[in-house]
Each structure stands twice: as C-alpha cells, then as structure tokens.
Write a protein that binds this ligand. Sequence first.
Ligand code: ATP
Ligand code: MG
Length: 447
Amino acid sequence: MRLSRYFLPVLKETPAEAQIVSHRLMLRAGMIKQASAGIYSWLPLGYRVLRNIEQIVHEEQVRAGHIPMLMPTLQSADLWKESGRYDAYGPEMLRIRDRQDRDMLYGPTNEEMITDIFRSHVGSYKDLPLTLYHIQWKFRDEIRPRFGVMRGREFLMKDGYNFDLTKEDALHAYNRHLVSYLRTYERMGLQAIPMRADSGPIGGDDTHEFLVLAETGESEVFYDSEITDLKFGDRAIDYDDVAQCQAVLEEFTSRYARTDETHDDAEFAKVPADRQRTARGIEVGQIFYFGTKYSEAMGATVADSEGNKVPVHMGSHGIGVSRLLGAIIEASHDDNGIIWPEGVTPFHCGIVNLKQGDEEADAACEALYNSFMAIGLEPLYDDRNERAGGKFATMDLIGLPWRITVGPRGLKNGVVELTSRRTGESEELPPEQAIAKVAGIYGKATT
Ligand code: ATP
Ligand code: MG
C-alpha cells in the first residue's frame, strides 16, 4: 500500500476521552472511530489487524478439528425463553421488537441458537463428536463501556460449541480448546495464562479464563511466577490424542493461577513465597464445560448405541477477537506508539523514502515495494512529500515491526537502513539483503 493513497487519519493530539494507552494509541493511529458509546467503526488500519487476528483464530480452530459456520446477530427471543435465560440475562441484553411485534434480541452469545441447530439436525451418537464455531459480532449493553474496544458494547467474538456423547468426551473437547487457545495467543505474540475462573451465568463446573498480564487489566489475578516461563512453542499436537491434550492441560494449569473470583488464600500460601505474584490481567478468552444444562432444557438428545435417547454434553469456548487488539497493544508498545508482533501486524514492514522526488530514491523504493509484493509480503510505503521526522513518527506510532529507510546518501554506498521497531536497532544493508532478512522473519523464501 502506498501511504499517499491510503486512508490513515492519524491524530496529532492525544484524545482526552481515552484513559488507557491502547485506546489512546488506537485512536491516534487512526484505527478506530467511536460511533456511539462502546460501538466503533474499524478504520482501514484497525480493520487489517482485526482481520489478521480473526484469521489466526480460524486457522487454529480448523487445525483443532472445529468447524466454521456463521449464525446471525439478531435472534428470536423464543429460544431464550426455552432455555430460561431470556429473563435471567438482565439489562445487558439488547431487546428489540420487530414490526410483527415479535421479541428479538441482538445476540450476546449463541448457546441457544446452536443447540437449536443441533437438535434439528443431529440424532445419533454416530454424528458425534462435533464442534461448531463462528466469529460474529455480539452485543452486550455493558453498564460501563470503556477502554475502547476492550469493553465495547458491540464486539467481535469467536464462540465455539462442542457436542459430545459422554462427559469424558466433552472434557477432551475442553482440553482440546485449551491447547488450541494456547497456540492461538502465542501466534499473536501474547502470553495468555489459563486461570481457574468462575462460571457465572453460563453455568457449569469446569472453566478457565485466559488472561494477559497488564497493569490496566480489569481482573485481579494471583499466580505462581513459574507459569510465565511456560511456552507452547511449535510443538506438534495431535488434537485427537486424548492423553496428549490432557498432558498439555496439566502442564499449563497445574500451578496456581486464579482470578479474584476463585482466589483462595490458603491454597496460594502453598506457593513458595518468592514465586507468589499478584497482578492485573485482561481476559481474552474463556472455556467452559457445562454438561447437559442446555441440552436438557432444550431437548438436544441423541440415540446412544443401545438406542436410548440421551442429552448431549456440551461446552462453549470464547475468544474476544476485537478485545485482543487492545490487549496486544497494552502488552506491546512504547512512548512512541504501538509495536505490533509480526503475527498480527497490519503491514509486514514500512518503507520510508527520505527524499521523495529524487529519481534514485524513488526507484529504489519502488523496487523494494515490488520485490516484497512478489514474495507475498505487503509493505506500507510512505511516499508522501513530508519531512523525514514526520514519516518516522507515523511509522513508530502505527507500529510496523520493521522499517526500511531509503535515501540518496545510503544509495550512493549501495545500502538502505533496516530498523527494528522493537529494539530500535538499525543496520545498513544492500536492498536485496534487507528484503531477504525481512522475508526470513516472516518465513518467506526469496528467489
Ligand atoms: P468480562 O468478564 O470481561 O465481562 P465475560 O466473561 O462476560 O467477559 P465471555 O462471555 O467469557 O465474557 O466472552 C468471551 C470473551 O469475549 C471474553 O473472554 C472477552 O475476551 C470477550 N468479551 C466479553 N465481553 C466483552 C466486551 N464487552 N467487549 C469486548 N470483548 C468482550
Ligand atoms: Mg468470560
């Protein structure tokens, strides 16, 4: 993308309404614009990151054997009356009446709808196990929407639902989700720690929340510091392997890690004192096993191998896709702006032309740009007629992890400058080597 043709409405001033750094930076970097309280338009730069995050979530869900689909945002109240949650949900649910006087609602979650789909089409244990998911906008009329996309009223969520014949199978689905979430967050450059949580209105016994440590997090968390040394890495996982998934779950959940809702002083005291940590965290996901709560209420049964109708065991599993943008920025920024992890960055690198209009500099930038595009990487080329200082400030603000600076002086010596946004370190390299280095970082081959 050429910046001169892009839509990147960066703000010079720090917006007064933003209380936390991620919200400030998202506004300043022209990523979002508030449409009304807790509801945002995703401007092009923000939209690119949102799509990248969504893409990682899809890839990891499909890898775990889960099946993508899409349910609507607007739901009929009938199903919620059946489950008993229409009254239970309270004022967070946005209720709407259509012209036929039917009660509708903007879905805050989809347990009822997916259970209805299941009971309409699945009748036999032979069709199990089954896990369906979608990534769709939700609405919760939060009493205090704040912190930008972190606590919106309209927000994008991945929600997945598993249907299993037995509790044992459903617990495997639970473990599988936990493992796939570890991979998902790591690919976004995040450490999200699974913590024992409270099931709240969804109900159920087994639940973990995934928390990203950040001073601005809304949850108070307590954990054994050893947990932050754990890395999922690129280990191979067979998601059908019950023992393997169980082992990963145990590895990542055996140490003390809880939110304030489930915190237990006596248990925490057993952690060696020098490893006890109290901090704040951002909830970026949650997994639940809730058994037959919805299947019994809504008649979602299958015939087992003896022909008896039994209610299926279910769980639901959510990832806060739009909240993740805020969480990533909270975890990765400096005084000058955002520092995107390579996994989610809106553009793979920036190209800064120090002397726009200089024939050689323009040609070198064009050549770099075309080379990157040819290997499947998209740079953001700042081709505006601006001072170098302004161009650098914009690049730092929007946080592309790599910047290539091109100017007549370097070109005389056959080099450009490659700078890491994270470390600030620069090196001078011939253009081909700069391309090869960036390509290598993104796992692309140069030919
Ligand atoms: P919270 O405790 O933060 O209100 P929740 O536990 O009610 O969240 P879940 O029902 O578990 O939320 O939803 C799954 C995920 O969706 C959460 O882990 C979170 O990342 C995200 N999420 C929930 N509410 C919001 C919101 N108002 N704005 C943005 N993301 C949200
Ligand atoms: Mg939750």
